[in-house]
Design a protein around this ligand. Structure first.
Ligand SMILES: [Zn+2]
Length: 422
């Protein structure tokens, strides 16, 4: 019983779409459709796809997730371990021994980057999904896209070096941006929301800087993916992530898939009108939620009594019991709750996960948000709706960018050549 597996170069046909909970089409032109080898390759792709989505997973769970028999799973796992694509480790599940399967660390690594109005966050992860390095640095308000991307490219380079890896080991980068984005074009969908980034082909431009494939999505969309996979929305088929910070945004997950809408603008609750004839918003409309809940307004509201505070100081003081800071954080939660209630009436999520800087204030923001949602959404629906704090905190978006890169990166599984079949 001998088997010989040989890896060829990454096949250009093996490009996988994001996110797609459905099975992906993997085209491998070498194989004849319907032939034994094309079936084997399709099964390998299905198995690796499940591992990418679920992270480390036992062989029994893999059989459940892919619909393949445990015998087929076991055979493919053996082949892919021999080829260096997968690795296994013994684990104990409910007192029984099992083999846990994950992508092999030595396949390489990916980076996730979160660009927000004022902050840059980066995580470097191996192909098993383990984060091996993190970095963050402030960005100047209304910085130019070039500034953000130059800094991120330099930081990624340094981080790869700091973990003792070579530039070749970096396989791709996922980007999370704090604005609605059309993932087909890589352009922001609305002008003015992330100033300095309009009309820029962001993934193309970043890919030229770093010399690697780059993928992009809105930060709240990626945050709900991360919370669904690793955080507070695990096990939910329908969930909403609400980020409250310098602005307000939401990511929607329905039937396990991210809902982006036609131009990438689904979930932009920051631009729901909450004040008739209110202040003019960056989007050009009046009275948007973001004109009431944004760092500038919160800081300004407290200036007369508290002096010049940063948003982070306001949260810290609220958590320490300052009544004025507690008031503005609670009021923000209430305002956001009104928009979230409308979203709940439309999408009927099982869980609302609250993140962003205001999310770190915990119940001070969550309790009024929850009360408003209870008041303004369908009573029967609210009985089964949780409003909870993000477990990934301010790293939710960047962790989602890592997941995007892990899911999108092409692996050489479709071109494994089985020279001798046992
Ligand atoms: Zn607006």
């Amino acid at each position: 019983m001998t088997s010989l597996l040989k890896l060829k170069h990454i096949h250009p046909g093996l490009v996988q779409s994001w996110p797609g909970s459905k099975l992906r089409q993997v085209s491998v032109d070498r194989a004849t459709p319907g032939s034994q080898s094309s079936l084997r390759e399709a099964n390998r792709a299905r198995l690796v796809d499940a591992i990418k989505r679920f992270g480390a997973i036992t062989q029994v769970e893999l059989a459940g997730a892919t619909g393949l028999s445990t015998a087929t799973v076991s055979t493919i796992v053996k082949e892919l371990v021999a080829a260096g694509v997968l690795m296994t480790a013994p684990v104990s599940r409910s007192g029984r021994r099992a083999q846990q399967v994950s992508l092999a660390r030595q396949l390489g690594m990916v980076a996730g980057v979160h660009f927000s109005q004022r902050m840059l966050r980066i995580e470097l992860a191996d192909m098993a999904g383990t984060v091996v390095a993190t970095q963050h640095m402030p960005l100047p308000y209304e910085h130019r896209a070039d500034t953000g991307m130059d800094r991120a490219a330099r930081l990624i380079h340094d981080m790869v070096e700091s973990v003792g890896a070579t530039p070749e080991e970096l396989l791709g980068v996922g980007l999370a941006v704090a604005a609605p984005v059309d993932v087909r074009t890589g352009l922001l969908s609305v002008r003015g929301v992330l100033r300095g980034w309009d009309e820029v082909d962001i993934p193309g431009s970043f890919s030229r800087r770093i010399g690697k494939p780059v993928w992009i999505d809105n930060d709240a969309n990626l945050a709900i993916v991360a919370e669904h996979r690793y955080g507070a929305a695990q096990g939910c088929d329908a969930a909403v992530f609400v980020a409250i910070g310098h602005g307000v945004g939401a990511g929607l997950l329905v039937d396990g898939c991210v809902v982006r809408g036609h131009g990438g603008m689904a979930g932009e609750i920051g631009h729901v009108r909450v004040v008739e004839n209110g202040r003019v918003c960056v989007c050009g409309n009046r009275g948007c939620l973001e004109t009431v809940v944004n760092s500038g307004v919160l800081v300004e509201t407290l200036r007369a009594t508290h002096g010049n505070l940063a948003l982070r100081d306001i949260i810290a003081k609220a958590l320490a019991g300052d009544v004025g800071c507690t008031r503005v954080v609670a009021d923000s939660g209430e305002h956001v709750g009104a928009a979230v209630a409308a979203l709940c009436n439309v999408f009927n999520p099982q869980r609302v996960v609250v993140g962003g800087i205001l999310g770190t204030a915990g119940e001070i923001a969550l309790a009024p948000l929850r009360a408003t949602v209870a008041r303004a959404s369908l009573a029967s629906q609210f009985a089964e709706l949780d409003v909870v704090q993000s477990t990934l905190g301010e790293a939710a978006e960047v962790r989602g960018a890592v997941a995007l890169a892990l899911d999108s990166v092409a692996l050489p599984i479709g071109t494994l050549e089985v020279a001798h079949v046992y």
